[in-house]
Design a binder for this molecule. Structure first.
Ligand SMILES: [Zn+2]
Length: 115
């Protein structure tokens, strides 16, 4: 049987009282239904504090984006800076160059620049 983990404080010291479970760590009460749900979810992610660290991805996308920028490959510029922007919305470089790349792409796409 899986252990019950308190969603509020992470304690696994829950005791059944008056038809519901009471956390001995913080006093939070859980109904039997909630307790069941927690047990099911607990098998997937016991601690519930897994933080997605996408720093490495962002760094990789940024490198690709800058390389594309050097080559003036606007399609790639837009693509990679968009990816950076999605993963790191406060990255001003990505915010700027994703739209810059898009603008350049639409310009170079037209016959105007294709000589
Ligand atoms: Zn608790």
């Amino acid at each position: 049987m899986n252990k019950l983990i308190c969603e509020m404080c992470g304690s696994n010291d829950l005791i059944k009282e008056d038809g519901c479970f009471v956390c001995q760590g913080c006093g939070t009460k859980y109904s039997v239904e909630e307790a069941k749900r927690m047990m099911v979810e607990g098998t997937v992610d016991v601690k519930g504090t897994v933080k997605v660290d996408n720093t490495a991805f962002v760094e990789k996308y940024l490198q690709n984006a800058r390389r594309a920028l050097d080559k003036e490959d606007w399609e790639e510029v837009e693509k990679y800076y968009n990816l950076v922007e999605q993963n790191s919305p406060n990255n001003m470089e990505a915010v700027f160059f994703s739209s810059f790349g898009k603008a350049m792409l639409s310009m170079t796409d037209s016959e105007y620049y294709k000589r």
